[in-house]
Design a protein around this ligand. Structure first.
Ligand SMILES: Cc1cc2nc3c(=O)[nH]c(=O)nc-3n(C[C@H](O)[C@H](O)[C@H](O)COP(=O)(O)O)c2cc1C
Length: 211
């Protein structure tokens, strides 16, 4: 009887912890054709800081993340934005109404990190909480074998800028509003993201439909 109780208890613990596990979100394959002609997108590119309540659907999010830093030459594992020495050191976190996620470009899934709405904690300006999506660009020092010199840091900023501009152009093409943001508290944001010492926040970017 005692043995049965122990087995039952173990089964319940496994069942409950399994239920509590937040689920990954599988994004649909990105649609990588069409869009606005490049010169028109460049003409429309701008920063905007007023956002409506409207959520960004998963198809648009998938398209946006692909434009940002997806694989455009999958056989070579190369991406839409260049990176010095092809280090691909930037990871993209997504803060949305339904939680904070890390985008895995290999499987095109959003890995849950925090189950609550942390958008307001991703920046120091009021509009940040209103944006449907806040991207957080994080450098993974591990790809350099750990450590980060000043000169390497400059390279990381440049690499991040390419990704951010891809997002600007995607937003211009799709009718989304966006603004890159350097105004955030790096220490607090690292805590919110539960980043290990080897990772640090480089830049953030708010995105949403215009008000
Ligand atoms: C690296 C970087 C950091 C920025 N940080 C902020 C910021 O913290 N808050 C903000 O409201 N705008 C920020 N911006 C947006 C700039 O203010 C904006 O690009 C500039 O005013 C020019 O406007 P435009 O993007 O519409 O051409 C940032 C832009 C860049 C490139």
């Amino acid at each position: 009887m005692k043995q049965f109780s122990m087995i039952f208890l173990a089964f319940m613990v496994i069942a409950i912890s399994g239920c509590a596990q937040p689920k990954e979100i599988q994004l649909p394959d990105p649609i990588i054709t069409g869009g606005m002609p490049l010169m028109d997108a460049l003409k429309n590119r701008k920063s905007a800081r007023e956002f409506s309540d409207k959520n960004i659907d998963n198809q648009t999010l998938s398209n946006l993340l692909w434009a940002a830093f997806g694989y455009n030459r999958i056989d070579e594992k190369k991406r839409t934005a260049p990176s010095a020495n092809n280090k691909q050191e930037i990871e993209i976190y997504c803060a949305m109404r339904n939680g904070l996620f890390l985008w895995n470009p290999d499987r095109n899934v959003l890995i849950p990190i925090v189950e609550e709405d942390v958008r307001a904690k991703t920046g120091g300006q009021d509009y940040v909480a209103a944006a449907a999506l806040n991207l957080i660009y994080v450098c993974n020092n591990d790809v350099y074998g750990g450590g980060m010199s000043d000169s390497r840091k400059n390279i990381v900023y440049v690499d991040t800028g390419y990704i951010s501009e891809n997002v600007y152009l995607f937003c211009a093409s799709t009718g989304l509003s966006t603004v890159a943001r350097g105004f955030f508290d790096p220490v607090e944001l690292s805590k919110t993201l539960s980043l290990p010492d080897s990772k640090w926040v480089v830049l953030t970017q708010s995105i949403g439909y215009p008000k």
